[in-house]
Design a protein. Structure first.
Length: 541
């Protein structure tokens, strides 16, 4: 059995640098506290070499040239720790949340999937770099040894069984995380390495340091073992970025969104998941609106909303960051925020990636991701309510429909039942079904003039066409929604009309629906009792 440990040095600094890749390789110091009492709480090795010390006031730290000063971000630390856990789950399902800056994982049974333990360690280091983190990886047969080796040795470290005490001997005692007073005592004794601590007699050490001394002595020798405390996977994937200045233009905002989406999709891919929805939340600058509405200014005390939220629902699970960025851009173009943005928070709802297998003899359907992008572009032009799939509402109102969100069909298309089939060496062709009449609905419905005789239509005129009614069927009365202002009550007739040879069709609507000059035809008319007028519903083919 082998264990691996992943440790992120200068974790507080790396959590901030992860959101600002331009700071990589530069001296960075973090300040925290209550303004104006800011002090340095963390710094990377480059900043320490430049002269930065922990506890230094912010005003003093700003005097050092070449050192970038940033405020500590607990939100970025939380997200960086979540990314570190995702890194462990990308390889093993058994992961321990050891500390905010380190995790441990069980490598048992993973050699057949990822190769040797060295290859697994190299894979973890590469994926950590893709997450924006520089990590140390150590592999050992003992869990505690792997954790301490990752804290003490840079890069990738492999410790074979039986060499734990020898390899840990050169590490400082601080990697064992002793209490402050114990570490001070060991420093006075001149015990500065794990090898020196392991050489002390255990009995005398316990008399002076108690059980803490026994624990440190076992850790220094690599003799202390324990089981892995499994962590529970968090279903929330979130990335955030706090901005120093408000962003009011779409192009710089899209650059920042692309960076966050890259990190978000990398974490989803590490867990073999995709996003079915992306929730975006923007913290806006608090300002007084200066818009003038209907000639009146808004009250002075009324302020714009400080939070702007949007939900990007996806038809299929996606983790293509470029595609998601284009969809977010179109969404923000359609309804931009009302003030500059100070903070960005993106959260993805995870789902299993879509799996589709097409048939060999079936036509290829459009890629759902590209189709969603096309629909989003069209919605940006015509509006969300004017594009989608037609859907019949629960009403008897003639011609009523609504549009709902379009979702591509899942799976392969079903074969038609009318296709010929071969059975018992004979070709069987299903009998042809009865052909029904098609009905062309006129939108908008053109008005008509109808002459009645004893309550039955005798002659009609509409769209420049005039003719006699040779056969009539009806009326059929339909009504509904009496409690609403747009209540309807229609008397419908099916009329067979013989048109006059002198009539000519002039209306564009009818000319586009009927391909040739009609001599006679079958139409549906209706009388609107509310409006007191006749209209033409459509024509039968």
């Amino acid at each position: 059995m082998a264990f691996a440990s992943i440790y992120v040095p200068d974790f507080l600094v790396q959590a901030v640098v992860r959101a600002e890749p331009a700071l990589r390789g530069r001296a960075v110091a973090l300040v925290d506290g209550t303004p104006p009492l800011w002090s340095v709480v963390a710094a990377n090795e480059a900043a320490l070499q430049a002269g930065i010390e922990l506890g230094l006031a912010k005003a003093q730290a700003e005097q050092f040239r070449g050192v970038e000063i940033r405020p500590r971000s607990q939100g970025q630390e939380k997200i960086a720790h979540a990314a570190l856990l995702d890194l462990g789950w990308s390889v093993s399902p058994r992961v321990e949340d050891t500390a905010p800056d380190s995790v441990a994982l069980d490598l048992a049974g993973l050699n057949s999937l990822f190769g040797s333990e060295e290859e697994i360690a190299r894979r973890l280091a590469q994926r950590a770099s893709g997450f924006g983190l520089i990590a140390h990886v150590a592999v050992a047969a003992n869990l505690e040894v792997a954790i301490h080796a990752a804290r003490g040795f840079p890069g990738i470290t492999l410790i074979p069984p039986g060499e734990e005490s020898e390899r840990l001997g050169s590490l400082p005692v601080g990697v064992l995380s002793p209490a402050a007073e114990v570490l001070e005592t060991l420093e006075r004794w001149g015990v500065r390495t794990c090898g020196a601590l392991a050489a002390l007699p255990a009995l005398e050490l316990s008399e002076r340091l108690g059980q803490e001394g026994i624990r440190l002595h076992e850790l220094a020798r690599g003799a202390r073992s324990r089981s892995l405390a499994l962590a529970e996977a968090d279903p929330i994937f979130e990335e955030e970025m706090a901005l120093e200045y408000g962003v009011a233009e779409l192009e710089p905002l899209a650059f920042l969104l692309g960076r966050l989406l890259d990190q978000l999709c990398a974490r989803l891919a590490a867990r073999s998941l995709a996003a079915i929805a992306v929730r975006s939340r923007f913290d806006l600058e608090t300002r007084f609106p200066k818009k003038i509405r209907r000639g009146k200014k808004e009250p002075r005390g009324e302020s714009a909303s400080s939070v702007y939220e949007k939900v990007l629902a996806l038809p299929v699970p996606m983790r293509n960051s470029k595609m998601l960025l284009q969809l977010l851009r179109l969404q923000l173009q359609a309804s931009p925020p009302a003030a500059p943005i100070l903070k960005i928070v993106l959260a993805a709802e995870p789902a299993r990636p879509r799996t589709a297998q097409g048939g060999l003899f079936l036509p290829c359907s459009p890629d759902p991701e590209k189709l969603e992008l096309t629909i989003a572009r069209l919605a940006n032009l015509v509006g969300d309510a004017n594009i989608g799939s037609p859907e019949l509402p629960d009403t008897h109102r003639p011609g009523e429909f609504r549009t709902s969100r379009f979702f591509p069909p899942r799976g392969t298309a079903d074969r038609r039942k009318e296709e010929p089939a071969v059975a018992n060496g004979e070709l069987r062709v299903p009998p042809a079904g009865r052909q029904g009449n098609g009905f062309r609905i006129f939108r908008p419905t053109p008005p008509a003039s109808v002459a009645l005789h004893e309550g039955h239509p005798m002659r009609v005129s509409f769209c420049g066409l005039r003719g006699d009614v040779t056969a009539a069927s009806g009326p059929w009365r339909t009504s509904g929604d009496w409690w609403r202002e747009d209540a309807w009550q229609h008397d419908e007739w099916d009329l067979e009309i013989h048109f006059d040879s002198s009539s000519r069709r002039r209306e564009k609507t009818l000319r586009s629906l009927l391909p040739r000059e009609p001599q006679h035809g079958l139409y549906r008319f209706y009388y609107d009792s509310v409006a007191g007028k006749w209209f033409v519903r459509g024509a039968y083919d």
